[in-house]
Design a protein around this ligand. Structure first.
Ligand SMILES: CC(C)(COP(=O)(O)OP(=O)(O)OC[C@H]1O[C@@H](n2cnc3c(N)ncnc32)[C@H](O)[C@@H]1OP(=O)(O)O)[C@@H](O)C(=O)NCCC(=O)NCCS
Length: 143
């Protein structure tokens, strides 16, 4: 990342949570897999604002771990829809970490691009209705 962006305080994060000891590796930093799992979930939540049915992850691209995340950090995950295709939705995911005990220090730690596909009960792709936006999908599935 070339220039440091500023924390998007005016936006609502899709997911926000404290990192716990069980999320950490032997070095005391958070497992990449833990963050990928949260990114996947956040992308599914974003996809459900466009499609109320099942969605699955078909690709995770451009994953960059810029800085480590530590136990006790408060992680905020922001999502943004980049494009909606016939059956797929491309989502940008940005992860920020507020360092433990330092509420003024929030740094961008990870980013990724995720593509989710709307599927039916047989896991076949189905078209997305681009004109309907689902307000607040309470029970996201897939990811
Ligand atoms: C997702 C899945 C249903 C897509 O099936 P498919 O036969 O590749 O379907 P299609 O070729 O019609 O592609 C469907 C959409 O995905 C997009 N897509 C397929 N592969 C992609 C890739 N590698 N990267 C980005 N987009 C991709 C296509 O461009 C298409 O988008 P569009 O309809 O908006 O143009 C199938 O690959 C699958 O079941 N994968 C496993 C999903 C999974 O288990 N994820 C982990 C747990 S959720």
């Amino acid at each position: 990342m070339s220039s440091q962006p500023s924390f998007p305080a005016e936006r609502l994060p899709t997911i926000r949570r404290i990192m716990r000891p069980q999320d950490a590796n032997i070095m005391g930093t958070i497992f990449g897999g833990t963050i990928l799992s949260e990114i996947d979930l956040a992308a599914a939540i974003e996809a459900h604002t466009h499609h109320p049915g099942n969605v699955v992850t078909v690709a995770m691209d451009k994953i960059e771990f810029h800085k480590p995340i530590f136990v006790g950090d408060l992680v905020s995950i922001f999502t943004e829809t980049l494009s909606i295709g016939r059956t797929s939705i491309r989502i940008r995911v940005c992860v920020w970490a507020e360092r433990r005990g330092r509420r003024d220090t929030c740094v961008p730690v990870t980013e990724a691009q995720v593509t989710m596909v709307a599927v039916d009960e047989q896991f076949n792709p189905v078209p997305i209705d681009k004109h309907s936006t689902v307000a607040d999908s309470p029970h996201p599935t897939g990811g």
